[in-house]
Write a protein that binds this ligand. Structure first.
Ligand SMILES: [Zn+2]
Length: 221
């Protein structure tokens, strides 16, 4: 006789999690222009600078701060708690980086807002260092108290991971019209440009991990 299976979070076994029953909100990364070099710079050197420019140095301690000014960036304590746990989850992976919460935005490389309706996004890797200390480098635009995967996903961008779906070696051929139509509707309301930047376009050769596949974030938020 086997024991009756129990769903881990108390829901009925076999039913989809609630968030899958509603339209999916996708992560929307800011557009950052590619770094330009003078013609005097050897193209191979420029390629390597671009390739490693977003990577953190092994052993680095990254500081994060929850922005509370202006007020619309301020997050509820329950949401902050989820983000703290997500940083802990990444630390426990043993990737050579650790994280520390700080109370002064000027001490933080990572500045996090919770502006409702502004989508979930983060700058990639060390691009966060190019943002002013009064600016966010990451946002959560909907309630993530039951979505630690969204927080893990956005922190993954801050650590330097792009979207795996945009890996040119992934072999994905989109029905671009259908994708644009789907994301133009609720709850994303994306322009075609935004959909192209976040879904359709491929990662440029000088931003690809030489290891190829498996170097980015799965199709998540
Ligand atoms: Zn993303």
């Amino acid at each position: 006789m086997s024991a009756t299976p129990v769903a881990p979070e108390g829901g009925a076994v076999g039913t989809a999690p609630a968030r899958r029953e509603k339209p999916y909100s996708y992560c929307n990364l800011p557009i950052v222009p590619s770094r330009e070099f003078s013609r005097a710079v050897n193209p191979r050197r420029a390629e390597l600078v671009r390739l490693f420019g977003q990577k953190w140095v092994n052993g680095a301690v990254l500081h994060y701060h929850f922005m509370d000014d202006p007020a619309e960036w301020k997050g509820a304590e329950g949401q902050k708690q989820v983000v703290r746990k997500a940083f802990e989850a990444w630390k426990n992976v043993g990737i050579g980086l650790s994280f520390q919460e700080v109370q002064d935005r000027n001490d933080a490389e990572i500045r996090i807002g919770f502006q409702d309706g502004d989508g979930a996004w983060s700058y990639i890797g060390r691009d966060v260092l190019d943002q002013g200390t009064d600016d966010r480098t990451m946002n959560f635009g909907w309630d993530i108290r039951a979505e630690i995967d969204t927080a893990i996903h956005e922190i993954g961008h801050t650590l330097g991971f792009p979207h795996e779906r945009q890996n040119p070696k992934a072999g994905i051929v989109w029905d671009e019209e259908a994708v644009s139509r789907a994301l133009a509707g609720e709850p994303n309301f994306w322009s075609r440009e935004k959909t192209f930047h976040n879904i359709i376009s491929k990662i440029q050769p000088d931003k690809q991990n030489p290891a190829g596949l498996g170097s980015g974030l799965e199709l998540g938020c």
